[in-house]
Design a protein around this ligand. Structure first.
Ligand SMILES: [Zn+2]
Length: 341
């Protein structure tokens, strides 16, 4: 199944494949949550399927048959000629945050050998920007001297972090986030009726796939609690320290994403004063008060701070979550004190 917002990328790649001009390296580039990983797995399956040209799906798109030996191995997650290179768990069960040179050395060995089933060998690296510099340099070897019938797919969530030397050796396909109406249309058929789709999509920063995942969790009630607690900090009914000790139990990325989305809404509101942009009444009250007190530029400082925290996490400097969240809440609270000069 191809997501409806990926049909043009799928058709483009299908044409290249049918004409026998498949490059040895593809880079699927775009924000997290657009479905690139599923696209890469599906395309790997197409490349290995023995009867792929006999069949199209109900959208008329090239699709794996699901019945040949290769497809059956893939369905059983046991195909020896597809390998995934992603974050590994250490012996304590903690997920690594980098893709290491050892992993890429193993990839290089895998693509250098002939395939076991006689077709392509497909290596998928996700997220490829997590390769450290040694790993990236090791990958260059396979990109520069590709072996026969090899396809390396780099799935990239943060294109700015990829080395230009890697990017220039790949055929790049861009994956923009689907627009709002595409996302809502898709969510309507993916989720039960009476689900608050708009709110989920907001929480998921516009990604319909993440929104569908959030629908399975208590994300909405968690967000409601966090808004209550943020309001308490602003009104000095609770301290940054006590609220931070509650928030640090949540996933830190989610906490930052939500705060980021609130500050973005605050900035938009302070520039437009359009109530419709803020769907939560309590946030609206906060934003009305704060935008009366400060110019939008002040809120950009807070935005920059949250982005720098996200960068710290991405670089794996393992910041202390309690302290990081405390600092974040203190910055919010400071907005109540200072005013426009
Ligand atoms: Zn097949």
């Amino acid at each position: 199944m191809t997501y409806p917002w990926q049909v043009s990328q799928w058709e483009q790649l299908s044409e290249v494949f049918k004409s026998g001009r498949l490059p040895h390296a593809l880079m699927l580039s775009g924000s997290a949550g657009t479905g690139k990983k599923q696209f890469s797995s599906q395309f790997a399956n197409v490349v290995l399927c023995e009867q792929v040209f006999n069949k199209v799906d109900d959208q008329g798109l090239l699709t794996p048959c699901g019945e040949c030996k290769n497809c059956k191995l893939i369905l059983a997650e046991a195909h020896p000629d597809i390998r995934y290179y992603t974050f590994e768990l250490n012996p304590k069960g903690v997920k690594s945050s980098v893709i290491t040179i050892d992993q890429i050395r193993s990839l290089n060995e895998f693509v250098a050998k002939s395939s076991q089933q006689g077709g392509y060998k497909v290596a998928i690296i996700h997220p490829a920007e997590a390769m450290n510099i040694n790993a990236a340099n090791a990958l260059l070897k396979s990109l520069e001297e590709p072996s026969q019938k090899t396809l390396i797919i780099l799935v990239v969530d943060q294109p700015g972090r990829m080395l230009p030397t890697i990017r220039s050796r790949c055929q790049v396909l861009e994956f923009p986030m689907p627009n709002h109406s595409q996302s809502i249309t898709w969510l309507k058929q993916a989720l039960p009726k009476n689900t608050s789709l708009e709110e989920l999509l907001d929480l998921a920063a516009g990604s319909p796939i993440k929104a569908a995942e959030l629908a399975e969790t208590d994300a909405i009630s968690q967000k409601q609690t966090m808004i209550t607690e943020l309001a308490q900090v602003l009104k000095r009914e609770a301290s940054a320290v006590s609220v931070a000790s509650k928030w640090q139990k949540y996933d830190i990325h989610t906490v930052l994403d939500w705060n980021l989305s609130w500050v973005q809404q605050l900035i938009r509101f302070s520039m437009t004063h359009d109530d419709v942009l803020v769907r939560d009444d309590r946030l609206l009250k906060m934003f009305q008060y704060l935008s009366g007190k400060h110019a939008a530029s002040t809120f950009y400082d807070l935005l920059g701070k949250i982005q720098s925290y996200s960068d710290l996490l991405a670089k794996k400097s393992n910041p202390n979550p309690q302290i990081l969240i405390e600092n974040l809440l203190i910055s919010w609270a400071e907005l109540m004190q200072k005013s426009k000069s």
